[in-house]
Design a binder for this molecule. Sequence first.
Ligand code: FE2
Length: 423
Amino acid sequence: MLDLLITNAALPDGRTGMSVAVQDGRITAVEPALSAPAKEVVDAGGYLLSPPFVDPHFHMDATLSYGLPRVNESGTLLEGITLWGELKPLLKADALIERALAYCDWAVAKGLLAIRSHVDTSDASLLPVEALLEVKRRVAPYIDLQLVAFPQDGVLRSKGGLANFTRALDLGVEVVGGIPHFERTMAEGAASVKLLCELAAARGLLVDMHCDESDDPLSRHIETLSFEAQRLGLQGRVNGSHCTSMHSMDNYYVSKLLPLIAESGVSVIANPLINITLQGRHDTYPKRRGMTRVPELMAAGVNVAFGHDCVMDPWYGMGSGDMLEVAHMGLHVAQMTSQKGIRQCFDAVTVNAAKVMHLEGYGLDVGCDASFVLLQARDKIEAIRLRANRLKVWKKGVLVAATPEVATTLRLPNRPPATRLMT
Ligand code: FE2
């Protein structure tokens, strides 16, 4: 007897009327109108059953700290970094853990079951690192939390930066980060990329660097990152996050850069909510959007994902852990309004992001983990349009969140009373 049988589901690939069978936390069959004895049968009602949302770029050590110790008045990236610097000496491990766990609750409610979080390694105490390693242990039954060592103040620029960084890796942080555009010069930024990629290669770790998060058209760290990925044989294991300077780069240069990124197997993460908010701040009008060239990267064969980056922290006062909101903003900023483009934006917060994180068992194929989200929407496009309600969320066959179907009762003059679903 099956543990769970979900019937009459629409799938992200467009198939409808599909059944998904689950046994021992794994998918054992995906077939049209399957009938088999099961302990529990869930009629999906024609709604979309998707693998869970994946956020490949987040800062869980800062989340839900909005207003501590003050609000970012200018709204800029640099004031955010200054503000984070003011908050760090005041951080207490228990409070940080509590905020992170509260965010993870929000995430599960939104069907977000895998998060790659950067964790600041700049301070010698490594308090955020130890706190998030504890959070990772606690949420492991329901969220895949992957941690990136992130030298916020610059691995070369800050005193003891490299020593603290390597200690974080020794403690079990599993991805090598970096912030080359925050090092003192372009040359030192390039040196940090080389140094950190060599460190990752020596330890067999993945790489994910904040790369060119500026409006500087001459910032070149994604070029260096791609070169190092190829030189060290790290193809498929390296990611460039943000890459906002690419928005402002010369078109001729970009025509050379895109094939270089593709050939080095480097993936790119854009963070639409944050990029549209933080970039172009030095512009008058017209103001640049600042997000990297998403459709062009995709067309060049680069794996592109979208991240949330921030929720209620020194850089951003909005957000709720909703990756459909991220995809919604992404498609607007990138003008990906074709049907294909909208579907690609859904993929950017699901399969593409899972690929960046090297998640095992992700997907809706037989043998994959029985982790999925049932959305109150018929397909990927409607899911983004409505930022659809998450009706049910399963992790390895176990129901971890449920939200009632949203419906509004209308009582209008000259109209019969009616109930309207959010579709
Ligand atoms: Fe970030």
